[in-house]
Design a protein around this ligand. Structure first.
Ligand code: 5GP
Ligand code: MN
Length: 335
């Protein structure tokens, strides 16, 4: 048995790094970036710098959320409006397809050289696609490649990778938390990652407004399908009323998911131009990635999302509830 985590993919990662030697590289993540997105961008950017001397920079459609800013360190990280392409090639991480990056940013590149991701639904849009749906996080993949290849990782990189693993495993709770994931996390801690610093920034810096948002979300929760589905809403105007932003919705859907008897939970966030949904399941057989697809989105079996352009809660709530209910009844019937 090989002692390497991902021998084949690690070799392909090394080839990707080699092909980017001394190039200008933009490391792209998805819209509404989460811990795994930012962590994997930061780590990949730093690895590109130190191992092959690439002039790498991270660029996203949205800015780095407040609770993740501490993990960027001195890594160059730009909003797309501040990014001036100058012969840059793109490498993407934690992005299942190009729409997740955002049209305006995608349009600025003629070449997508790398795609490092763990989404089952990845559309393999780049020249070199390294996709491992069994991985807990894009950060799990990059950490494993670095260990397999003996690449040096500084403390900022180790911390960024650790943060991505913590967030995408639901703080080491989801079934993706394998012995290998815990072992890799321990190795990152040995290299300088601090679990305490990660938890403090991620989960112990809530604003008072976020608690007001949570109160409203909890008050909106409704059960459907004899208590198997729980849906909560954030109607238009809620952020203004509570002094919060969309970043503050992170984790809210888990309150709906944790109720006894609930199999599938959803958060519906109303925006001026549509409804954004977050979907969560307790069991992978509910395949919320497939449910997300029925609503113009996608994701993982246990955590997925969608974006219905032009939708509103009053107009489309019932349709969304019906799609979720039908999906659940088909899953239950298939048992
Ligand atoms: P969240 O609910 O935290 O926004 O997203 C959970 C997961 O669902 C993300 O990691 C991502 O994989 C997926 N996801 C969220 N929104 C979308 C979307 O609009 N389209 C697709 N394809 N996937 C999404
Ligand atoms: Mn991820």
């Amino acid at each position: 048995m090989s002692s390497l985590y991902f021998p084949e993919e690690s070799a392909r990662f090394q080839s990707l790094l080699n092909s980017l030697r001394a190039k200008r590289v933009a490391v792209l993540g998805h819209m509404r970036p989460d811990g795994d997105c930012i962590g994997s961008q930061v780590a990949l950017c730093r690895i590109l710098h130190t191992t092959v001397g690439a002039d790498a920079i991270c660029v996203n459609h949205h800015t780095v959320p407040r609770n993740l800013q501490a993990f960027v360190g001195d890594t160059p990280f730009l909003h797309e409006n501040d990014f001036v392409p100058d012969g840059h090639v793109a490498v993407c991480t934690d992005c299942s397809d190009l729409t997740r990056i955002g049209k305006a940013l995608v349009a600025r590149f003629s070449s997508f050289e790398g795609n490092i991701d763990h989404h089952l639904s990845n559309s393999l849009f780049a020249r070199e696609n390294i996709v491992l749906p069994s991985a807990a996080a894009a950060c799990h993949m990059i950490a494993a490649f670095a260990f397999d290849l003996g690449l040096p990782l500084d403390a900022v990189t180790a911390q960024a990778l650790y943060v991505g693993i913590v967030t995408d495993t639901g703080q080491f709770k989801y079934p993706s938390t394998t012995p290998e994931v815990l072992e890799i996390s321990a190795r990152l801690v040995r290299l300088g990652a601090s679990p305490q610093a990660a938890t403090a920034s991620l989960y112990e810096h809530d604003s008072f407004g976020r608690l007001a948002l949570l109160q409203r979300f909890l008050a909106s929760l409704k059960l459907y399908a004899a208590g198997k589905i729980c849906i909560g809403e954030i109607p238009l105007g809620t952020f203004e009323a509570t002094g919060t932003t969309r970043e503050d919705t992170e984790g809210l859907v888990d309150y709906a998911r944790c109720i006894d008897g609930v199999d599938v939970a959803a958060l519906l966030e109303e925006m001026p131009d549509g409804v954004k949904g977050s979907l969560r399941a307790k069991d992978a057989r509910y395949r919320v990635d497939q449910l997300g697809k029925k609503l113009n989105g996608g994701g993982h079996a246990l955590a997925a999302g969608f974006n219905l352009e032009g939708a509103s809660l009053d107009k489309d709530r019932q349709r969304i509830v019906d799609i979720i209910t039908t999906h659940l009844s088909h899953t239950d019937a298939a048992e």
